[in-house]
Write a protein that binds this ligand. Structure first.
Ligand code: AMP
Length: 251
């Protein structure tokens, strides 16, 4: 069984985000970019399934500009067998990404697709659900535990839901999206980074996959959140209680 894993290139989680002067988006020029953290978890899970002898190949897929190849190479250095890069410029919204995944699934025929639960740049949390919807496959979103049964061709997924865990059993082929507690992703070692350079990467354009990426969604404006007011240091508990009572009116 082949596992397809989504790996998105996003602004590194540790970078302080700056909004562009014209409010059309956030600054990405000269900013450190990395693999979306939830995608690292997705790839780690796919690699563990393969290492347990339950899958034959892990294919990492990225969609985005030329530079997305770096994210793919990171995925290959972590252990993916090969990569697919759908090179596309401009904003790619979840529905377009999901349609591109569907087109690739028709070519690659994976038994399982693992995506991050959300991309930390747009926080959409939609793509995995849309991929499952377009393919008509079962989905286990926000996974914190994944147990695959090769004989029965099913996968048990513990989902992190409000107030606890929900366990769902999905028939393969299926779509899983990963939550934070599923695993601790591995680091790519130097020898593996070198090896990744010679692993195969197939390139497509959206046109070759017959997918129109133009969205009917338009980002109108991106603005920074309002600045927080400076705090006040109080000298005693009595003063604190007085301020809470008479200034903030919260007690
Ligand atoms: P989103 O719905 O945009 O929050 O993204 C959810 C997940 O879909 C991400 O964590 C990725 O695994 C996958 N994904 C979204 N956009 C892309 C992309 N351009 N390339 C590869 N994977 C993507």
């Amino acid at each position: 069984m082949k596992i397809m894993v989504a790996v998105k290139r996003v602004i590194d989680y540790a970078v302080k985000i700056r909004v562009k002067a014209d409010k059309s988006g956030v600054e990405t020029q000269n900013v450190k970019m990395s693999m979306n953290p939830f995608c690292e978890i997705a790839l780690e899970e796919a690699l563990r399934i393969k290492e347990a002898g339950l899958a034959s190949e892990v294919v990492a897929v990225t969609m985005g500009p030329k530079q997305s190849i770096d994210t793919l190479r990171t995925g290959l250095a972590m252990g993916a067998d090969r990569g697919i890069h759908v090179e596309a410029t401009g904003d790619l919204f979840p529905l377009a990404v999901a349609k591109l995944f569907k087109a690739l699934v028709e070519i690659e025929k994976p038994g399982l697709i693992i995506l991050g639960k959300q991309a930390i740049d747009n926080d959409c949390n939609q793509t995995g659900q849309m991929v499952a919807g377009l393919l008509g496959w079962p989905q286990g979103t926000f996974a914190s535990k994944v147990v695959l049964d090769k004989e029965k061709q099913e996968v048990m997924v513990d989902r992190e839901v409000d107030g606890g865990l929900e366990t769902v059993c999905l028939n393969l082929p299926a779509v899983i999206t990963t939550d934070l507690r599923l695993n601790q992703p591995r680091y790519a070692t130097l020898p593996n980074i070198m090896k990744a350079k010679s692993k195969p990467v197939k390139k497509y354009t959206p046109e070759e996959l017959n997918v129109a990426t133009k969205s009917d969604l338009e980002v109108v404006e991106v603005t920074e959140p309002p600045k927080r007011k400076a705090g006040v240091l109080v000298s005693s508990v009595d003063e604190l209680i007085d301020k809470l009572k008479n200034e903030a009116h919260v007690i």
